[in-house]
Write a protein that binds this ligand. Structure first.
Ligand SMILES: NC(=O)c1ccc[n+]([C@@H]2O[C@H](COP(=O)([O-])OP(=O)(O)OC[C@H]3O[C@@H](n4cnc5c(N)ncnc54)[C@H](OP(=O)(O)O)[C@@H]3O)[C@@H](O)[C@H]2O)c1
Length: 282
């Protein structure tokens, strides 16, 4: 495994395992398999409703706690100082952990300033090692940075060959925030696993299209967290450290960028209202 160092000197694996849209059984089995295969970063969220299964799989893996980097995220309904205090306690309880490696504000909406204050306190008393954000634009990130002493360690945003995020990546590098990419495969949308440019590169290296995409992301210094519930794919997605893409390969993949989300815009008021109506199960 390769690691990057966050702005607080904590090391984070460059490749992790995501569990969005996985039910309890899939999550438990998937996290167990991922840890057996060698993953050391698990990415969940209160809103995925599978933190309990993640916690059980980590416990049953027998791997020392300090070798595993656990990320969870607090939902919009968890923002505000008091709500975030409660949400942190709830995630620790569901994950059965004494500390969380990385807690992210899942969305840039709600009372993020009140929430951030509670998150900073949790870092100070050791319940959380690193705090960060997700789905923040450069402007939203700068707003948070300007107003607070602790700069987010990470911003987790949609990043894949169709939405490459060059300007976000450059901005994050300039302010010491680690870029983490979600939906590296665009959840299979837009024919990504049949893309001719990616296929040609994959064939030239004797690897799969999935491996090309993940390799492309880590060569850009982006932490990547593919999700699969199948053992063979979990293993395939892990096997990306023994080949490298040439600068021609990287340039050819750069041309696939459309700059458009494959899901929805975080700037669309209707979508924001929809997200704000969701609640974490109690
Ligand atoms: N912060 C956020 O707002 C946010 C949003 C979305 C996701 N995330 C995080 O990012 C993680 C990854 O994103 P994602 O789950 O949305 O999508 P993704 O990783 O882009 O794609 C997952 C899909 O690709 C398939 N797949 C996985 N590996 C494959 C391979 N090697 N070959 C062919 N198909 C493959 C999976 O199917 P099978 O499972 O059937 O193999 C699944 O349908 C999530 O699990 C979550 O942790 C965060």
């Amino acid at each position: 495994m390769e690691y990057i160092t966050l702005n607080n000197n904590i090391k984070m694996p460059l490749l992790g395992y995501g569990v969005f849209q996985a039910n309890d059984n899939e999550t438990y089995m998937g996290v167990k398999m991922a840890l057996e295969i060698g993953y050391r970063l698990i990415d969940t969220a209160a809103m995925y409703h599978n933190e309990v299964a993640v916690g059980r799989a980590i416990k049953d893996s027998g791997i020392p706690r300090d070798e595993i980097f656990v990320t969870t995220k607090a939902w919009i309904s968890d923002t505000g100082y008091d709500n975030m205090q409660y949400a942190i306690a709830r995630s620790l309880d569901r994950l059965q952990l004494d500390y969380i490696d990385l807690l992210l504000l899942h969305q840039p909406f709600g009372d993020i300033f009140g929430a951030w204050q509670a998150m900073v306190e949790a870092v100070n008393d050791g319940r959380i090692k690193s705090i960060g954000v997700s789905n923040f634009s450069n402007g939203q990130l700068q707003n948070l940075i300007s107003w607070h002493k602790i700069t987010p360690a990470v911003n987790q945003i949609e990043t894949n060959p169709f939405i490459q995020r060059e300007s976000e990546s450059a901005y994050m590098r300039s302010v010491g925030v680690q870029h983490e990419g979600w939906a590296p495969f665009a959840e299979g949308k837009n024919g990504i696993f049949k893309n001719l440019v990616l296929r040609e590169i994959a064939q030239a290296h004797g690897v799969t299209i999935g491996q090309v995409i993940l390799r492309w992301q880590i060569q850009r210094g982006i932490v990547v967290i593919p999700k699969s519930i199948r053992r063979e794919r979990i293993a395939e997605n892990f096997d990306i450290f023994n080949f490298s893409l040439s600068s021609d390969d990287m340039q050819n993949i750069a041309m696939l960028n459309t700059g458009q989300s494959q899901f929805f815009s975080h700037d669309d008021p209707e979508q924001i209202a929809r997200l704000m109506s969701w609640e974490v199960e109690e």
